[in-house]
Design a protein around this ligand. Structure first.
Ligand SMILES: Cc1cc2nc3c(=O)[nH]c(=O)nc-3n(C[C@H](O)[C@H](O)[C@H](O)COP(=O)(O)OP(=O)(O)OC[C@H]3O[C@@H](n4cnc5c(N)ncnc54)[C@H](O)[C@@H]3O)c2cc1C
Length: 523
């Protein structure tokens, strides 16, 4: 059984940096942020022998995977679609433990249902035969094209995920080495272009391209390399961690503690201190300085460079470069409970609106809040009734919306927008919803900015465009400051739980074991 991770238990009573006491020669690593990337990095560094402390601004770990407990309902704030479980299993193994002793993963079948605006749907599953049958039901003539698409997606998975996903693009030589693979995948095409080359039916084009939205990418502009998501889901399945995604967060925290590391919540880092080009520690919001041999930021990279590292230390990540980047969409998320169970709603459901390309253009290009929207509806109680009081359901529904460049005053717009989302659900898949609502609260792009400190309130960091990927993305080892490292959604390889866990792997490949760091320091 895992220990319950309460803020009181996690924070040192005196707020001190008192992780594993490895003696004066053990190098100290500070990790800013306890998202999946930060926790993955902390576990890897602790396993390498560093004395690790994770500093988290919020009152509990998880970042986008924070857990809200309200009125008997458990709301996972963010990630719900869990795939590539071996990336978690690896962390358990590094801590000398077995994931299955702590976490029960349930395979979901189908993965999700895509509900189209005309009332038709596509049950998206990992079973090749059933998936083929769904494709044929919608468009028999697209069956051969679907096979070709999946073959190409598998190829992108092999090259883009397996070969390059955890490579720290540290130098131009790494980019040159990776270029043949990028050329072979014809990575300059957009995902939608690739899908459209194989499939004719508009519904199938949507069903096979919308996956990039799960990592903040517009299918019409992200590189087709992200078709790897379709292949990756088929290969590894879509899972649910019983108890919610928060169970995975708690599990990782307990691994870190088992390795002698520590998590300090309510500890916002205000500045990364740099001396002679080296990170020497951090200053917290309360003014305390914490010395370190190396600092890893799991905070948004744009925010880290723009707000935590003094401009005089940033030759590469200048304010101008940061502001010139293109940032992913944001999200409006409505969390709610119902006093009845809507048994027809599956665990994961996309409720698409009347427009696809036009809506995405409004969000990503024009930064305009549209009146129509497409929704992702999450009903964990379909699999895990314990997430709500007996006989009730727990939900969240999210709508991709523009980041803060839209100029939307969310304090004024949140409630009308929530009402529009409710009306849409009532008119489509949840008739009578309003009569059964119990608890209800929302997260807006402003919250991504104010609470999670995300530049422009983007939900997924930098947009995963070809020229903002791999070597072009903020490096895992800082270009500007020695001893400073980046993990998480806006460094390489990018957003999504598998992506940020891979970023921790990339970090692992560029940081030596603690003993070597210590002897280099002495030399
Ligand atoms: C609503 C939603 C649904 C999603 N669904 C899925 C999904 O189903 N599957 C999937 O794979 N991905 C999903 N994603 C994406 C995925 O959740 C993220 O890409 C991933 O969790 C981000 O992890 P991270 O390591 O970048 O850290 P984050 O989760 O971004 O955490 C960063 C942490 O750093 C802390 N921090 C920031 N600045 C400071 C500071 N100065 N001092 C101290 N602490 C600081 C923050 O408080 C935060 O806790 C979803 C995202 C959202 C928002």
């Amino acid at each position: 059984m895992l220990m319950k991770t309460t803020p009181e238990r996690l924070a040192g009573a005196d707020g001190s940096n008192s992780g594993s006491d490895g003696g004066p020669d053990v190098p100290v690593a500070l990790v800013i942020g306890s998202g999946f990337g930060g926790l993955g990095a902390a576990i890897r560094l602790a396993a390498k022998g560093y004395k690790v402390t994770v500093l988290e601004k919020l009152d509990a770990p998880g970042g986008r995977a924070y857990v809200h407990h309200r009125d008997g309902y458990t709301f996972d704030a963010g990630p719900t679609i869990i795939t590539v479980p071996y990336l978690f299993e690896e962390l358990w193994a590094l801590a000398g433990r077995k994931m299955s002793d702590d976490i029960t993963l349930k395979h979901l079948d189908p993965f999700y249902r895509i509900h189209f605006d005309d009332g038709d749907h596509f049950n998206y599953s990992g079973d090749p035969d059933r998936q083929r049958a769904e494709v044929r039901r919608i468009s028999p003539s697209d069956a051969p094209g679907y096979e070709r698409f999946m073959k190409e997606a598998d190829y992108c998975y092999e090259l883009g995920f397996k070969a390059l996903g955890d490579k720290a693009f540290d130098s131009i030589a790494d980019l040159i080495q990776a270029s043949p693979a990028i050329l072979k995948m014809r990575g300059w095409r957009s995902l939608h272009q690739m899908v459209a080359a194989h499939l004719k039916h508009p519904k199938l084009r949507m069903a096979m391209s919308l996956q990039s939205l799960l990592i903040g990418g517009n299918p019409f502009s992200v590189t087709c390399i992200y078709s790897l998501i379709n292949a990756l889901e088929r290969k590894w399945g879509v899972h649910w961690a019983m108890g919610g995604t928060g169970a995975l967060v708690q599990g990782l925290v307990s691994l870190l503690q088992g390795l002698g590391g520590q998590l300090q919540v309510n500890s916002e880092v205000k500045r990364i201190e740099v001396e002679s080009g080296h990170a020497i520690g951090v200053t917290l919001a309360d003014g305390r300085f914490m010395p370190a041999d190396l600092v890893v930021s799991n905070a948004d990279t744009a925010w880290t460079y723009r707000n935590l590292v003094d401009a005089q230390h940033r030759k590469h990540w200048t304010d101008r470069r940061i502001e010139g980047g293109r940032y992913s969409m944001s999200l409006f998320v409505w969390y709610f409970g119902t006093n009845k169970r809507f048994e027809d709603i599956p665990h994961h459901m996309m409720v698409l609106g009347p427009r696809y390309e036009g809506l995405l253009k409004d969000i990503f290009k024009h930064h305009k809040l549209s009146k129509d929207f497409s929704l992702y509806l999450h009903r964990p109680t379909a699999t895990d009734p314990g997430m709500a009081p007996q006989g009730h359901d727990t939900y969240y529904v999210l709508a991709p919306v523009p980041h803060l460049d839209s100029g939307t005053d969310w304090a004024a717009h949140a409630e009308p927008f929530r009402q529009a989302v409710q009306a849409r659900l009532e008119a489509t898949v949840m008739p009578g919803l309003g009569q059964h609502l119990t608890t209800s609260f929302v997260t807006t792009p402003q919250d991504f900015h104010d609470r999670l400190l995300s530049f422009k309130g983007a939900a997924f960091g930098l947009e995963p465009l070809l020229l903002q990927s791999a070597w072009f993305r903020p490096h895992n080892r800082s270009e500007d400051v020695a001893g400073l490292y980046m993990v998480g959604a806006s460094t390489h390889p990018g957003a999504g739980v598998p992506g940020v866990l891979m970023s921790a792997r990339a970090l692992d490949s560029v940081v030596p074991v603690a003993a070597e760091w210590a002897s280099r320091k002495k030399a």
